[in-house]
Design a protein around this ligand. Structure first.
Ligand SMILES: Cc1cc2nc3c(=O)[nH]c(=O)nc-3n(C[C@H](O)[C@H](O)[C@H](O)COP(=O)(O)OP(=O)(O)OC[C@H]3O[C@@H](n4cnc5c(N)ncnc54)[C@H](O)[C@@H]3O)c2cc1C
Length: 337
């Protein structure tokens, strides 16, 4: 028997037995936020206001505590009953396909480059700090990258890690140079700064997960009601900490700013914190119940951080996370007949 999925505020669609909620929505022409389609990035997290969902296998980007609070991942969830889904009531700028001109490609660290783009057809690009852009490849698949700066005219900065054997980051990126054009869709994603959440802010990033966190931190610098901000940044080695010299100066504009870099493969010369970044946070903070927590980077870090922090009082509604998973490249699940 098919089930009905209603979206609070408007819209409804049918979902067939065994069908994934996101696939059913797309089949009926309804756009729901999503990215990796594998339950790893968390972009499709939604509150189930009424009804029950199930999973064929538990998605890594959803903790049991979040599920107990009614959150679900639309890209993995199946409807066990009729559902009412509650999406955040924030005004997002409608994404659009654009041509992007490459202004500069410059190394930031051994395997990380900065790509600066402008969107010549837009005078000004509005987005929420933390959101991302999708870059399309010739085969129609796309790769996601977060803006590393808040809105600034029609320019965007990306911080991209090269993945060995990665088609875009390991191949095409090496050829990319000023003057090239990219086909992009922007702005996208549900991970962003929440100015309405006035709790002390805990920012936790691994690797290039610092990119949207930097964008969020820069937005906080302009916020006259900026709450206390703590940033933990996990990397493997010191030479990868490409913003290490810049970040302490953020304290001039952020309220009660604390910055803690944590290295998992530091050599003997490193006198700072060692190990996994989420462990360092858990060593320093006993009770997470009063924090607004932003997690970005490795899906494993996010999975472990959620387990640690939620067990110590973090509130699922105040945990905002984005896992930098890689994209599923095949087409979405076939339409049910
Ligand atoms: C919402 C979102 C935002 C993102 N923002 C950023 C960003 O700002 N900066 C950034 O550097 N990355 C970011 N990523 C990750 C980035 O999109 C992927 O690393 C990228 O798509 C890889 O593309 P590729 O063509 O090089 O690799 P592909 O050819 O797609 O992948 C080839 C193989 O490489 C491995 N691989 C690819 N990506 C990863 C990864 N991230 N981690 C581990 N293994 C991987 C997998 O084994 C995969 O099968 C983001 C991801 C998401 C979902």
């Amino acid at each position: 028997m098919s089930r009905t999925v209603a979206i609070e505020g408007g819209g409804a669609f049918a979902v067939e037995p065994g069908e994934i909620v996101l696939d059913a929505a797309e089949r009926q022409g309804i756009e729901l936020p999503h990215e990796c389609r594998a339950g790893n990035c968390g972009t499709c997290r939604v509150k189930v206001a009424e009804g029950q969902v199930s999973y064929a296998s538990w998605p890594s980007a959803l903790s049991e505590a979040e599920a107990a609070c009614g959150f679900a991942l639309a890209c993995q969830a199946r409807a066990e009953t009729d559902l009412v889904l509650r999406y955040e009531r924030v005004a997002y700028t409608e994404p659009s396909r654009q041509s992007a001109l490459v202004i500069d490609v410059a190394p930031l660290a051994p395997d990380i480059v900065q790509v600066q783009l402008v969107l010549p057809d837009l005078e000004r690009l509005e987005y929420r700090p933390g959101q991302h852009v999708n870059v399309f490849l010739e085969d129609g698949t796309h790769r996601s990258f977060s803006m590393a700066s808040p809105p600034q005219g029609n320019a965007i900065d990306l911080h991209i890690r090269r993945i060995a054997n990665g088609r875009f980051t390991g191949g095409m990126l090496a050829q990319l140079q000023a003057g090239d054009m990219l086909d992009v869709e922007i702005p996208l994603g549900t991970f962003h700064y929440h100015p309405e959440d006035e709790r002390p802010i805990l920012l936790v990033a691994t690797g290039t997960g610092i990119s949207p966190i930097k964008s969020i931190a820069q937005a906080l610098m302009e916020d006259p009601d900026c709450p206390p901000v703590a940033l933990y940044w996990g990397m493997r080695t010191k030479d990868e900490l490409y913003l290490h010299d810049e970040i302490p100066a953020w304290g001039e504009k952020l309220f009660e700013f604390a910055y803690v870099p944590v290295l998992s493969r530091a050599d003997a010369s490193w006198s700072g914190r060692r190990g996994h970044v989420q462990q360092a946070v858990a060593e320093d903070i006993g009770d997470f119940s009063e924090y607004a927590i932003y997690l970005c980077g490795s899906p494993n870090m996010i999975h472990d951080a959620k387990a640690l922090f939620l067990a110590r009082g973090a509130q699922p509604a105040h945990v905002y996370a984005e896992g930098f998973s890689f994209q599923r490249h095949e087409a979405p699940a076939a339409t049910l007949s």
